[in-house]
Design a protein around this ligand. Structure first.
Ligand SMILES: NC(=O)c1ccc[n+]([C@@H]2O[C@H](COP(=O)([O-])OP(=O)(O)OC[C@H]3O[C@@H](n4cnc5c(N)ncnc54)[C@H](O)[C@@H]3O)[C@@H](O)[C@H]2O)c1
Length: 253
């Protein structure tokens, strides 16, 4: 197994990409702390990992809150004695141009998508250093690389995540900590299901989203989890400060 006995903390682990990562990590032998704002969904994901024979706990957390992120890391270390892998995955988007984006909505999104990654790293790195190193995987997006319309704050936040990934990688290379990011294209998760439900014309919207990815379909949460698993495993031991694009060819054109 690729993560045998490793202790992994996954934020946004209750749904979508995070939930699929919990499943993949459990399959590969990890011990898991599943953190999510929605504690119930974190508990369901942790229970699934326990059913698969792994040790797993659920933690309710708002990744935008420094005190809560500190407690999240402490709870993980108290329960498992160490922290080997952090997946900073919690995040969300809002549909708006800069003109339409309210200041409060900009601040709230940045606090989760970008500050949440900073806080996760800030509190996890000292814990990793105490046991000789670790691995961080951040969920960025193809929008760190190319613009998309009507998602100004989201695109800016993911650009920040990619830049922060490189900075953390360089600052902590001597601590034996690798830090990489995954950049998904458009992935069929509960987040996108909600966007479809709210759309005036969901069929046309879905067709448009599928058409912008040359493979002609949305990605699955499992396909992104496989990339996260690779970055978290020793197979990626020569990678740090990299952004792994998994996007059905979206950014190749
Ligand atoms: N779905 C896509 O197409 C896509 C593409 C690129 C990047 N991403 C990124 O992947 C990550 C996961 O997205 P998803 O599509 O699986 O979405 P999702 O909505 O299915 O899951 C996100 C999870 O994060 C949790 N969360 C949200 N805010 C939080 C907070 N403040 N603190 C703790 N947990 C919080 C939610 O409760 C939810 O369980 C996000 O960072 C998203 O930006 C998604």
């Amino acid at each position: 197994m690729r993560l045998s006995n490793k202790v992994a903390l996954i934020t946004g682990g209750g749904s979508g990409i995070g939930r699929a990562a919990v499943r993949a990590f459990a399959r590969e032998g990890a011990r898991l702390a599943v953190a999510d704002k929605n504690r119930q969904s974190a508990e369901a994901a942790a229970e699934e990992a326990r059913q698969a024979g792994r040790e797993a706990i659920a933690i309710g957390v708002d990744v935008a809150n420094g005190g809560e992120v500190k407690r999240m890391v402490e709870e993980t270390v108290v329960r498992f004695g160490r922290l080997d892998i952090l997946v900073n995955n919690a995040g969300y988007g809002i549909a708006a141009t800069v003109v339409e984006t309210e200041e409060a909505d900009w601040d709230a999104l940045m606090a989760v998508n970008l500050k949440g990654v900073y806080l996760g790293c800030k509190y996890a790195i000292p814990a990793m250093k105490r046991t000789g190193g670790g691995v961080i995987v951040n969920t960025a997006s193809v929008t760190a690389q190319v613009g998309i319309r009507n998602r100004a704050a989201y695109v800016a936040s993911k650009g920040g995540v990619a830049a922060l990934t490189r900075a953390v990688a360089l600052d902590h290379v001597a601590d034996n900590i690798r830090c990489n990011a995954i950049a998904p294209g458009t992935i069929d998760t509960p987040y996108y299901a909600q966007i479809m439900r709210q759309a005036a014309d969901p069929v046309t919207l879905r067709k448009g989203l599928e058409a912008r990815q040359p493979v002609g379909r949305l990605g699955t949460a499992e396909e992104i989890a496989d990339g996260i698993l690779f970055l978290a495993s020793d197979e990626a031991r020569f990678m740090t400060g990299s952004i792994l694009t998994v996007d059905g060819g979206m950014t190749a054109q």
